[in-house]
Write a protein that binds this ligand. Sequence first.
Ligand SMILES: [Zn+2]
Length: 461
Amino acid sequence: MNTITPNGYKVTGIRGQILTFKADPFICEPSQCYEYIEDGLIIVRDGKIVDVGPYTSIRADYYMLEDKDIDVYDGADSLIMPGFVDCHMHYVQLPMVGSYGDALLDWLNRYTFPAECMFVNDEFAEEVAQIAMKQMLEHGTTTANIFATTYPGSVDAIFSESERYNTRMIAGKVLQDCNVPEALADKSAEESVAMSEQLLKKWHNRGRQLYAVIPRFAPTSTPEQLKLAGELYQRYIDHGVYAHTHLCENVNEIAWVSELYPESKSYLDVYDKYGLVDHHSVFAHCAIMGEDDWQRLHQAGSSVAHSPSSNLFLGSGQFKYWEAKDKKRPVFTGIATDIGAGTNYSIIRQLGDAYKVAMINTHPIDALKSFYLATRGGAEVLHLADKIGSIAPGYEADIAVLDFKATEYQGWRLAFSDDIIEKLFVIMTLGLDNTNRATYVAGHKVYDRYRDKQFVYPTWS
Ligand SMILES: [Zn+2]
């Protein structure tokens, strides 16, 4: 083999203890759903994984590869996993994470809307986009489904920064033409959806970037805006464009929607009426849902984003994963930070919170299922499970490397765990902020906690 490919990329390797998922442990026999390699080697070429397997056999096949082109992680200290997928977050809420004291609707008025108004300034948007991307990469998140805000500059800022790292991100302009402060409100339904379409044409499938049509939630769009948003989504759904919104987060929100739309059977039905419930739709929260709604989401092939730290922080509903993942009619389910109601960028910390939310209802969720939701499950939510979320030939080489010895205590504690699954449960429960030590995006190590310059944009050899 030649280690320089015809288009100038080098072949590289990543060696260490590897864990990845190949099927859904909520549906299949859990022991058959994952692949664990104690000492493995991943071969990367042109940003994609071309080979993976036990080190000894793969190394023999790639004997031309020089040792200096292989990053080595000691299996006693590290675990190589697919990069994490955050199925719902608002990068524009980064300035107000950790704001005290209100439930959803008051919290939006008191903290969120004033924060989002600051994004009228493009330079501010660019600064926050840089910080948000760093926060995600530092925590091993390589794909996120992101709300910007009303202003097109807020969309350009996050896509531009994602493009610099070559991450696969989904984002879009937030559509909101009523019940928000005037400075944040779209001037008209027509103009806002036309602006969204312009941004879609600019960014969708540009490199790894993907676009979502984003009505904030039913109460902040007029029926006319929801209608036009649904039409825009339907025009581009076959090109892989998404719809992304909130659904059934909090009792007062649900009551408000039923006041605004008394003729609708349910909150979901409002979106359904406007063509927003389909196979590329992602609904954040879904914490208080009826069986009819779950049936409809299953039938449509829509997805839900469980945001446990956000739900706890705002005192919202409690997500019931056993309903969402009911084998009779499973709904694609992923994990989300929901920054800024969520309290941390770490998907691993969300898993610890998801466990506690489930245990309030005495439904424990084990480590295998949890880390599946964080990786392959998230990719399935976004219908990208043929591209990201797994470590296998043909997949984009987005990888997180966990650090067992992130702290002296964690290293010591893990010594009492017998196998990798037990270790993962301890890791998600301890929820340390620095559990991720390195992040690869399309094969480039863009973050390394132990490197002098922790974050670097990829350079093409
Ligand atoms: Zn949200």
